[in-house]
Design a protein around this ligand. Sequence first.
Ligand code: PEP
Length: 248
Amino acid sequence: MKQKLIVGNWKMNGSLAANAALLQALKQGLPAGGKAGVAVAAPAVYLAQLQVELSGSSIGIGAQDVSQHEQGAFTGEVSAAMLKEFGVRYALVGHSERRQYHGETDAVVAAKAQAALAKGVTPIVCVGETLQEREAGQTEAVVKRQLAAVIHQVGPCVSELVVAYEPVWAIGTGKTATPEQAQAVHAVLRAQLAAATEHAGRVPLLYGGSMNAANAAQLLAQNDIDGGLVGGASLKAADFLTIVAAAQ
Ligand code: PEP
C-alpha cells in the first residue's frame, strides 16, 4: 500500500507553550516505525520553534503560505528560501481561507506553487468547491480549473506536488464529505494529473474538511485518498494521533 500522508493545519492557533506541549505529545505518541508520513503546518512565527522541537523527529514542518516572490519590497511576505532555512518541507498554497479572505486567484496560487518548488519546498495545493458551486453541479469544473492553473505553471514538476481536495463547505463546519463524495472528486483529480504526468500515481491526494478521529479510517480507505489535511482535529494530540493511526 502507498504510504499515506497526514498533515495538520494549525491555522492561526497556538502559543510557544501550547505548541511545545502539543509537539511533545505528538512525538511521544507516534508509533515507532510508523508507515504514514506526518507533518504539521504552523504559523510562520513558530517555524523556528518547530525546527528546534522537531529536530531528530520524523514529523515534517509545514508552512501555511509562501510568497510568490523571491525577495524584495513585499511587506509581510515570507519567501520559500526563508522557509527552507527553517527546515520547512511543505507549504500550503491556495487554502480556501487564503482564496476567500486574501483574494488569492488561481494564477497567484500557481505562482506560489512554482516559487515553493524552485526552493525545494513541496507545495500542498488546495482545491475545492463552495456549497453554492456544488449545488450548481460545478464541483468538477471548479477543482479542475484550480488544479489546471498549477499544472500549467509547474510543467514537468507536476509529479512533485501534493494536492489536497478540501470542499469549502466541509472546512471547519463539522460537515465531512462522504467517503464516496470525496473519492469521486479524487478520481477526477487523479485523471487530470495522469493526463499531465506518467507519475500521477505518486502524487499524494489528501482529503481535508472536518476529518476527525471518527471518520478518518473510512475516508483513508478510499482508493484515491492518500492522506488527510486536518485542521481543527490537529490541535488535539489524541485526535491527531488517532487519525495518524488510521493511516498506518
Ligand atoms: C483545513 O483548514 O485545511 C481543514 C481541513 O480544517 P478542518 O479540518 O477544521 O475542517
